[in-house]
Design a protein around this ligand. Sequence first.
Ligand code: CMC
Length: 434
Amino acid sequence: MENKTKPSGSATLNVGDKTLELPVLSGSVGPDVIDVKSLYAQTGMFTLDPGFTSTASCESQITYIDGDNGVLLYRGYPIDQLADNSSFLETCYLLLNGELPSKAELDDYTHTITHHTMLHTQLDRFFEGYRRDAHPMAVMVGTVGALSAFYHDSTDINDPMQRMIATHRLIAKMPTIAARAYKYSVGQPFISPRNDLSYSENFLRMCFAVPAEDYEVNPVLAKAMDKIFILHADHEQNASTSTVRLAGSSGANPFACIAAGIACLWGPSHGGANEAALNMLREIGSVDRIPEFVRRAKDKNDPFRLMGFGHRVYKNYDPRAKVMQKTCHEVLDELDKRDEPLLQVAMELEKIALEDEYFVEKKLYPNIDFYSGITLNALGFPVEMYTVLFALARTVGWIAQWEEMTTDPTQRIGRPRQIYTGATERDYKPVSER
Ligand code: CMC
């Protein structure tokens, strides 16, 4: 990656008897940053920012978010335009290469991904080592981590060709692994990928076909699946992406880095939120119980939160949630599930939360997970699979960010510091004296 930040001024910092002029840098859009790299060398002090609310960890040219105005751009293109007009594989190409592909480039890329979807036969047998009741995210972390044991020839991070092959393998094989994680959990035979189907059609077929009968992919549902993948493809320096970058900063191979990203995504504050949102809707159960749950969410002494509401960055409507809401309705109409009690609860909860002073004041809008949980439920996925689908889609973002980091000349191993408040130095006491 060619670094493009521009100096645009300086910030004066007074520390004790020292005055420091720290460079201010500008990107192409978004807040400027104060470059504090030299702070420790000049003052012997660190900055403290747990949760990184004021810290930019890297320069990036992939995804831009304006949380206050509800904007999300992949390589400059608004998310709603991509969701309406693009396909997931075209979006993958865009995220990885920086530009939309020509027709020939897209055909070539689609052919490459389509022809790398099969798994090594030994990897298929690997699944049998998991307990049948394992959470599919546990299966994903383990199996994706194991890819480096099966594809040794694409783990040299200093070889651009090997990096590209690893990227193709990850994007192509992730649906096959995810579908196998699902099939294994329900005790059905694995369904092989088919090269005549699109990425999303193939994935739905691998999940829901059984050898005993033909499976015809519903185009409305395949389109919805593709949109869900586009909406989740990248999201700037979120927790799992930062995990991938941090793991990669030590020189770890891409399969290991993506496994680290999957592990991070699993948590309920991040990718696990769509699962948590649907479980919450089920727990609420009926519209008349909503006020009780809204009351609990507002109670400072109750740890309960309305899952699927609020976002660290979007303090306005999540632009992905808008697209997802529309897709959700399309799927429910297609499947004639509009009157489902779960959806009634969701729609009423959305209405109440959007009008309630607590949520309005704190800018807690429904996020993408609120609607994706309902949509995935209608598509037939069990809740345990929701985060798996998020991981499948986010793989392209993780790998694009990893590639960008690997080729960034300013990249160094990530090594945050701390403010230490533990015991000061003391002498060891033998156990008989304690
Ligand atoms: N329900 C009730 N209150 C909430 C909620 C919620 N969902 N989210 C935030 N708050 C309150 C919180 O209690 C705090 O109140 P106060 O200022 O009185 O202490 C205030 O709003 C700010 O919350 P915060 O935790 O400081 O905000 P954050 O930016 O650290 O957290 C969040 C963001 C997404 C973790 C949080 O909103 C949350 O836990 N939401 C529910 C889980 C969820 O839906 N996560 C999916 C995020 S989108 C997927 C992704 O991009 O990964």
